[in-house]
Design a protein around this ligand. Structure first.
Ligand code: C2E
Ligand code: CA
Ligand code: CA
Ligand code: CA
Length: 279
């Protein structure tokens, strides 16, 4: 019953909790965040359960407003999608993440893939593959060091348009991940046709592992399905050693979550990854 309930519920949108006035105020403030330098990126590592090495880092946006304080991305990203600022902000985030990786690479600190979240509005712009290609060229990052994280809903709502962009990315050599996997409606046959390389199992299914037998069954099934399609399977939101152990026992490829590390600023992540790779 639990699994069925999930399938009919929408993904939680924290911006909905804000009152009308607050939404309008924040939405207006978001129009100038780039000019005023109020955005920054933090980075969260993923651990390979096979090799024990750091398999990649995910870039996540942070907004610190002098007037409004620290605003959570689940609150401000939906507002930027409403007012259209996500196009500029998303491009800024992509460039910032690639620039950070370029700095780490040239300092000989680390050379692992960087994952960037992509909103549906960005993907549906026909020129998005060119935007990405340009940022890669400008920062000197090889395409195979970039992973784009897309949610199921954008792929399912606009299958034709998104499939064209996805094919272009794969031709470039950019890796594609499905984020929050399990919360949407992807069918197996649909997944098989998409040129994706990775599934990220939503935290919702990981939270009550290993105790919850429904979640254990769902997770085991997603791992088996992902592997049968040749995909790397990542568990998100892993907070405990027993979750990590269970996921290793059940052949999940990689884990991400507070148990390994919280998202951290650019300066700290390079150190973290280096310390890990010598361990
Ligand atoms: P997401 O892509 O699913 O990112 C994972 C979120 O889970 C991050 O929240 C991360 O800090 C959090 N997290 C990671 N491990 C754990 C854990 O063990 N426990 C708990 N409780 N949380 C964990 P964050 O950074 O607040 O981002 C929230 C969402 O905002 C992201 O979810 C993503 O959908 C969106 N977002 C963030 N940055 C960007 C961006 O640059 N572009 C776009 N389009 N969306 C972004
Ligand atoms: Ca993500
Ligand atoms: Ca996610
Ligand atoms: Ca969840």
């Amino acid at each position: 019953a639990k699994a069925v309930g999930r399938r009919t519920s929408m993904r939680y949108d924290a911006a909905m909790d804000l009152d009308v006035q607050r939404r309008a105020t924040l939405s207006a403030a978001l129009r100038t965040v780039l000019d005023r330098n109020e955005l920054s990126m933090v980075y969260q590592p993923r651990l390979s359960l096979n090799g024990g090495h750091i398999a990649g880092v995910e870039a996540l946006l942070r907004w610190h407003s002098p007037e409004h304080g620290q605003i959570h991305p689940t609150q401000f990203i939906p507002l930027t999608e409403e007012n259209g600022m996500i196009l500029e902000i998303g491009q800024w985030a992509l460039r910032e993440a690639c620039r950070a990786l370029a700095t780490w690479r040239s300092a000989g600190l680390m050379d692992i893939p960087i994952a960037v979240n992509v909103s549906s509005l960005q993907l549906l712009r026909g020129d998005f593959p060119q935007v990405v290609e340009r940022v890669l060229a400008q920062t000197g990052i090889p395409a195979n060091r970039l992973e784009l994280e897309l949610t199921e809903s954008v792929l399912m709502d606009n299958p034709a348009e998104s499939s064209v962009s996805l094919q272009q990315f794969r031709r470039l050599g950019v890796n594609l991940a499905i984020d929050d996997f399990g919360t949407g409606y992807s069918s197996l046959s649909y997944l098989k046709r998409l040129p994706i390389t990775m599934l990220k199992i939503d935290k919702e299914f990981i939270d009550d592992l290993p105790r919850d037998t429904d979640d254990a069954a769902i997770t085991t099934t997603i791992i088996a399905m992902g592997h049968s399609l040749g995909l790397t399977v990542v568990a998100e939101g892993v907070e405990t050693a027993s979750q990590a152990q269970w996921l290793r026992d059940h052949r999940c490829d990689e884990i991400q979550g507070y148990w390994l590390a919280e998202p951290m600023p650019a300066e700290s992540i390079a150190q973290f990854v280096q310390a890990r790779s010598w361990a």
